[in-house]
Design a protein around this ligand. Structure first.
Ligand code: 0O2
Length: 219
């Protein structure tokens, strides 16, 4: 099914509705997949909190990519503008960001999640062990998860990004600064952002080691 960027929308409303239906269906399925993964994360959070006396997550945020950014991404990557192409080529339509307290919680929870027998880990990008050149750190997983509808079982892809509060603070500000135009000296700004990312990462490690010391000395 070809996605048309329809002009003169009021002249052919039936055509628009015809095209919208399969797209809306697909988005509904991505929303269901998000719910499945969120529930799994909440269950792990409950159990972890009980065992360790603290929550491993600071926050969980989820979003479905907007139609505009779906079309932009398909075009940018040279993919067909079809419903099938969205499913085959874009893995981040459904996205969840898990903000953790400490770096080692990221790996513990990611392992618990990907070990579940209905989840298939399709792709892993570890930007914590291998930070991007600009200093960006996060663990990105692409998961395949089944959803159960009235008449079908469907496998969906969900992107899960894990980061600490500190990494999230950096990524959020860097994202805002990226869109500032007409910067005088972009190289020096890049360098400073990278320095901030490195300081933040060192602080993350230090906080984790303080936590370890406290836990070791607890009676
Ligand atoms: P949004 O709205 O956050 O989803 P691609 O997705 O194809 O462009 P790739 O290699 O498939 O690239 O994706 P990758 O490297 O796994 O990262 C994609 C997402 O990670 C981005 O989504 C951001 O959310 C985040 N990200 C990656 N690099 C950076 C970075 O340098 N700075 C910040 N702040 N975030 C980053 P989108 O598509 O940008 O949008």
């Amino acid at each position: 099914m070809e996605i048309e960027e329809t002009k003169g929308t009021l002249e052919n409303p039936e055509r628009i509705l015809e095209q919208m239906e399969p797209f809306m269906q697909l988005m509904m399925k991505y929303r269901c997949a998000l719910m499945e993964v969120e529930t799994k994360l909440n269950v792990l959070n409950e159990e972890f909190a009980m065992q360790h006396n603290r929550n491993p997550f600071e926050a969980i945020k989820s979003r479905i990519k907007t139609p505009t950014s779906i079309i932009e991404k398909l075009k940018r990557k040279g993919y067909e503008l079809t419903i099938e192409s969205i499913e085959q080529n874009l893995f981040d339509i459904a996205g969840i960001r898990v903000i953790c307290s400490f770096q080692d919680d990221i790996y513990s929870i990611a392992k618990m999640l990907t070990s579940q027998d209905d989840i298939i880990l399709l792709q892993e990008k570890d930007y914590i062990k291998n930070p991007k050149q600009n200093g960006y750190r996060s663990l990105h997983l692409i998961l395949d998860i089944p959803i159960f509808l009235a008449k079908e079982k469907k496998h969906m892809k969900v992107e899960v990004q894990f980061r600490t509060i500190a990494m999230d603070f950096w990524a959020s500000l860097e994202h805002k600064l990226k869109y500032k135009k007409n910067i005088d000296n972009p190289e020096s700004v890049m360098l400073e952002l990278k320095e901030c990312a490195d300081v933040i990462s060192a602080t993350d490690k230090k906080m984790q080691s303080i936590r370890d010391t406290i836990e070791k000395n607890m009676i």
